[in-house]
Design a protein around this ligand. Structure first.
Ligand SMILES: [Zn+2]
Length: 234
């Protein structure tokens, strides 16, 4: 077999090992990734509840200041009533007092409703804070339970990476460029065997003359159908 092809096949085996380890790491973290999505949702729900509460508290302050204004107005009305001398003026003052009294009653109603709403929103904030804490706890637990295995896989990845780098240094730069480009496509392996008279990756027939050259190990050629580098075993 062509020595360049042998080196490329070694590199391809190293890459397959590295890919397998990376997949294991990815699978190991699947639980944490799902929990992190859950956490993002819980955090958004909490933000929403806090914003709702802030809005309600602002409304409460506005109602409170309206209530104070009406109270001051009523004090003024009552003082005016004390000061009037004529019956006609007294009637007008009484009527003003009545209007303001009704406004004050409405204010008290509104304040009560606003307080109820604020209380239930505060409960909602607390409940959602608890949900978030609970998700955080599950994330910590899941991370802790996979930490040992993760460390082992990461060590194996570092070793596989080093092995891959060493193997790639054995390959000529021109072939390595072609190999890496094929690998980045992410469709199958960069090298494929000739099976029968065809490329084993895509079944495109290889003309006899080129096939013979590849089989003799004199040339390294790419499949016309799918672009992989072809080799013949044995
Ligand atoms: Zn092919």
């Amino acid at each position: 077999m062509n020595p360049d092809i042998e080196r490329l096949l070694t590199l391809q085996r190293d890459d397959a090992e590295l890919d397998g380890l990376n997949r294991r790491l990815h699978d190991l973290d699947a639980g944490v990734r799902a929990l992190e999505r859950e956490r993002a949702e819980a955090a958004a729900n909490l933000d929403k509840a806090r914003a709702d509460l802030a809005g309600e508290e602002k409304r409460q302050r506005e109602l409170q200041s309206k209530f104070s204004e009406h109270k001051q107005l009523q004090e003024k009305n009552l003082a005016q009533l004390d000061a009037v001398k004529k019956a006609r003026e007294a009637t007008a003052a009484m009527s003003q007092i009545d209007i303001t009294r009704r406004a004050l009653m409405q204010d008290e109603n509104d304040l009560q409703t606003a307080e109820q709403r604020a209380r239930s929103l505060r409960d909602q904030v607390v409940a959602r804070e608890l949900v978030l804490l609970e998700v955080d706890e599950r994330i910590r637990d899941t991370r802790a339970s996979t930490a040992g295995e993760r460390e082992i896989i990461e060590r194996e990845i570092a070793a596989a990476q080093a092995k891959r780098e060493a193997s790639s240094r054995e390959v000529s730069p021109r072939l390595l460029t072609a190999y890496d480009r094929l690998r980045r496509r992410g469709r199958g392996t960069p090298l494929a065997e000739i099976r029968g008279a065809s490329c084993s990756a895509c079944n495109t027939a290889i003309p006899m003359q080129r096939r013979n050259q590849i089989m003799s190990g004199l040339t390294i050629d790419a499949c016309e159908g799918c672009g992989v580098l072809l080799y013949a075993s044995g």
